[in-house]
Design a binder for this molecule. Structure first.
Ligand SMILES: C[S@@+](CC[C@H](N)C(=O)[O-])C[C@H]1O[C@@H](n2cnc3c(N)ncnc32)[C@H](O)[C@@H]1O
Ligand SMILES: [Zn+2]
Ligand SMILES: [Zn+2]
Ligand SMILES: [Zn+2]
Ligand SMILES: [Zn+2]
Ligand SMILES: [Zn+2]
Ligand SMILES: [Zn+2]
Length: 469
């Protein structure tokens, strides 16, 4: 295993890691411990490339604020089985090895779309190979004779997310697909705000439902899908899909492909464009935020100021501090997103079993109307729609709940806390009843310098380190 890589939640949405994060959050640890930090490259600095595009630079943060020797690793895959790229930052790589690497990267690029040719076939010729997950042209059928294949009709071609097997690789893509309820809510809410161009980043089901809706409404809604799952290229015209890695803003199809996004954004002058991104739930908030900022730059290239594209970033609530640290103009909404093929994240559950997945958006919260019949209401003080159990606290002057449970006010802490927490006299704060009482952990001191006044991210030592770099 690559040193350190196994210890961090990368592009990973498996249940376990999400639950782990949830438990950390529940215990008050909020992820402020030892781990890997992504160091974003300075402007113009090239990083070595793996088959998934430019790699990311990682630094392991140790107690005392020192970071160990830094290294490059794949941005998209956590498991070495999926991508075993590893290079120390200061390692010298021979020209021969660079060339071999480039040849390997080229060989791993997927084939091009054949959607247009496939659509021209007769109904009795349109075959899909279930084993290879490929649409087959007549000349290709013989080589799949030993596989299970089936005819596909126009209706199936319009719903690729029902035809394709969701990628369930726990350590990479883990595709959780929206329920009709969540997808419909998103499309309705965005249409109500007047958005007519939809950029779906890692949201293949949303793209197909947007397209279906558009066909019913004379092309009123235009959408483009950016996703690392190249199987989707088979179902779309080249101007509807880009093979894209959202952790490093890499277009596998090079200039031609990034040009598709540029054209999509440029054409939207006068039409309102919105981006909906549903990344795999992992810890790589910083690179995601960086990619979304780069997409925004393409939209606002004529403007001097750094504006953010209207967006909805779908992610678990316990990433709120990290997301807001990177993109402070976003706010978290109470809406609970649920998924078809996820055992836990289902609508109607209560307590800890509710979906932890929320919307982070720069659309004003008061304008995103959450459905009353699903249990949301408008808080006129907070000026946003909230979940029914999120009761307004007059002492905090806000609706405090993040996790969907009813929080309660602690007058000693002077804030609202989770229902399972009790005020601990020894620690002088609220915590779970079985917390490690009196320990440094319980006191939530800074990981780097031990101060009780701030957390690692706000540590002057950490700021100094960043500046030095
Ligand atoms: C949690 S699923 C979201 C699917 C969405 N809920 C839907 O129903 O349309 C994550 C999506 O991101 C894609 N993905 C995973 N890693 C990616 C990467 N590095 N770059 C771009 N897309 C990625 C997956 O293929 C998948 O479609
Ligand atoms: Zn890779
Ligand atoms: Zn096959
Ligand atoms: Zn309120
Ligand atoms: Zn309160
Ligand atoms: Zn308390
Ligand atoms: Zn205690």
């Amino acid at each position: 295993m690559v040193p350190g890589v196994s210890g961090v939640s990368r592009c990973d949405s498996e249940l376990q890691s999400v639950r782990f994060e949830a438990e950390m959050e529940e215990s008050g640890a909020d992820g402020d411990g030892p781990g890997l930090e992504v160091v974003l490259p300075e402007e113009g600095r090239e990083t070595p490339r793996c088959p998934h595009g430019p790699t990311l630079l990682f630094a392991k943060v140790c107690k005392g604020g020192e970071s160990s020797r830094r290294f490059f690793a794949c941005s998209a895959c956590r498991d070495r089985k999926d991508c075993n790229f590893f290079q120390w930052e200061d390692e010298k790589v021979s020209e021969a090895r660079l060339q071999a690497r480039e040849a390997e990267n080229r060989a791993k690029r997927p084939g091009t779309a054949q959607f247009v040719k496939f659509c021209g076939l007769g109904a009795h010729e349109q075959r899909f190979c279930l084993d290879c997950q490929l649409l087959l042209l007549p000349a290709e059928v013989a080589s799949h004779a030993a596989h299970s294949t089936r005819l596909v009709g126009a209706a199936q071609l319009r719903r690729p997310s029902l035809l394709l097997r969701p990628l369930d690789n726990k350590k990479s893509q883990a595709q959780f697909l929206f329920t009709e309820r969540s997808a419909r809510f998103l499309l309705d809410a965005l249409a109500a705000r007047g958005f007519s161009r939809l950029l779906c980043v890692g949201a293949p089901r949303l793209q197909e439902l947007a397209k279906l809706r558009s066909q019913e409404q004379d092309g009123a809604l235009k959408s483009l899908l950016l996703d690392i799952d190249s199987r989707y290229a088979q179902f779309y015209r080249p101007d509807e899909f880009c093979h894209y890695n959202m952790f490093n803003h890499h277009f596998f199809g090079g200039e031609a492909s990034s040009g598709v996004l540029r054209a999509f954004l440029a054409e939207s002058a006068g039409e309102k464009v919105v981006m909906v991104a549903d990344p795999p739930f992992g810890g790589l908030v910083k690179p995601l935020a960086s990619s979304f900022s780069r997409i925004s730059e393409l939209l606002f290239q004529d403007l001097r100021h750094a504006a953010l594209i209207p967006m909805v970033w779908i992610f678990p609530y316990f990433f709120e501090p990290r997301i807001l640290e990177c993109l402070p103009s976003l706010t978290m909404l109470d809406y609970q997103v649920d998924y078809d093929n996820h055992p836990l994240y289902k609508h109607g559950k209560t307590g800890r079993k509710q979906s932890p997945v929320r919307l982070f958006t720069n659309i004003p919260a008061k304008d995103v109307v959450l459905p009353k019949d699903e249990g949301y209401r408008f808080c006129s003080v907070c000026e946003r729609y909230v979940w029914s159990l999120n009761k307004h606290c007059s002492k905090c002057n806000l609706c405090p709940s993040k996790d969907g449970r009813e929080w309660k006010h602690c007058s000693a802490c002077e804030r609202c806390v989770k229902p399972s927490w009790r005020h601990c006299q020894a620690c002088g704060r609220c915590a779970l009843p079985d917390h490690p009482c009196g320990s440094a952990h319980a006191a939530r001191g800074c990981f780097l310098c031990g101060s009780l006044q701030h957390k690692r991210r706000a540590c002057p030592a950490s700021a100094a380190r960043r500046k030095n770099r």
